[in-house]
Design a protein around this ligand. Structure first.
Ligand SMILES: NC(=O)c1ccc[n+]([C@@H]2O[C@H](COP(=O)([O-])OP(=O)(O)OC[C@H]3O[C@@H](n4cnc5c(N)ncnc54)[C@H](O)[C@@H]3O)[C@@H](O)[C@H]2O)c1
Length: 240
């Protein structure tokens, strides 16, 4: 499943899942452009520090990709904010704005940039992978804003898949269940433990297990997979 020679842009690369994806893609010989608002201290990556919700930051990233590589073969929209757990009537509007800016506007801007690059040099396929969440299917108690953002990202996945499928673009999403380290703040240890008990595989997922799926979706083996969402195993459970 080699990604040899592919130019792969991975956002949220300084985070837990992002780091695992970077390492797996490097093992598959991809050229990795590691994007994050924080610096990414991993060897062998082209690290671009970028605020993904800011159009001028994305413009600079697009320019960098154009000048250095002339194309993009894979975009993984993995960077995101988690939000806090509290009921809707207590949510500060700032949380809504911040989370939507990073989790929906960010991937939208990145997809726009990737499509512009691809359409100006459409010789190779472009695979877009959006990191959604189980919360994009079934909101957990208190994480309404994060859930709205991930529903939006799944919608964006389907829109891009249907608009550009005929132009060498595949767009899919992955919806992990809660991983070994959750990304929504304020989840009590009790709720975290209880959640794990209800998972049929009896444990939470590891970042590398998400990375394996991303490698597959980026590869030619997934050449007829477009507009799909890979739901985390945790979805089988009924309660948080
Ligand atoms: N960890 C989980 O349990 C879980 C479950 C379901 C879905 N997910 C999703 O998987 C992805 C990765 O999750 P994670 O647990 O590794 O999260 P994480 O918090 O460890 O990593 C997220 C990364 O996004 C970066 N980021 C935040 N704001 C940014 C901005 N404005 N511009 C650029 N980068 C920015 C952060 O710096 C961080 O490195 C996210 O999309 C998350 O929603 C995670």
């Amino acid at each position: 499943m080699s990604l040899d020679g592919r130019i792969c842009v991975i956002t949220g690369a300084a985070g837990r899942i992002g780091r695992a994806i970077v390492e797996r893609f490097q093992q598959e010989k991809a050229t990795v452009v590691a994007v994050d608002i924080l610096s990414v201290s991993l060897p062998g990556v082209d690290n671009v520090i970028c605020d993904q919700g800011d159009p001028s930051s994305i413009q600079a990233l697009e320019q960098h990709l154009k000048q250095k590589y002339g194309r993009i073969d894979c975009l993984i929209n993995n960077g995101a904010l988690g939000g806090y757990t509290c009921p809707i009537h207590e949510k500060p509007l700032e949380e809504y704005d911040d989370v939507m800016r990073v989790n929906v506007r960010g991937p939208f801007l990145l997809i726009q940039a990737a499509l512009r690059l691809h359409l100006s040099n459409p010789s190779k396929e472009l695979s877009i992978i959006n990191m959604a969440s189980i919360a994009g299917h079934r909101p957990g108690a208190g994480n309404s804003v994060y859930s709205v953002s991930k529903h939006g990202l799944i919608g964006l996945t389907k829109a891009a898949a249907s608009e550009y499928g005929g132009q060498g673009v595949r767009c899919n999403s992955i919806s992990p269940g809660m991983m070994e380290v959750p990304n929504v703040q304020g989840i009590s240890p009790e709720r975290f433990e209880k959640g794990a008990e209800t998972i049929p595989l009896s444990r939470r997922g590891k970042p590398v297990e998400i990375a394996e799926l991303a490698v597959f979706l980026a590869s030619e083996k997934a050449s007829y997979i477009n507009g799909a969402d890979y739901l985390g195993e945790h979805y089988c459970t009924q309660h948080d």
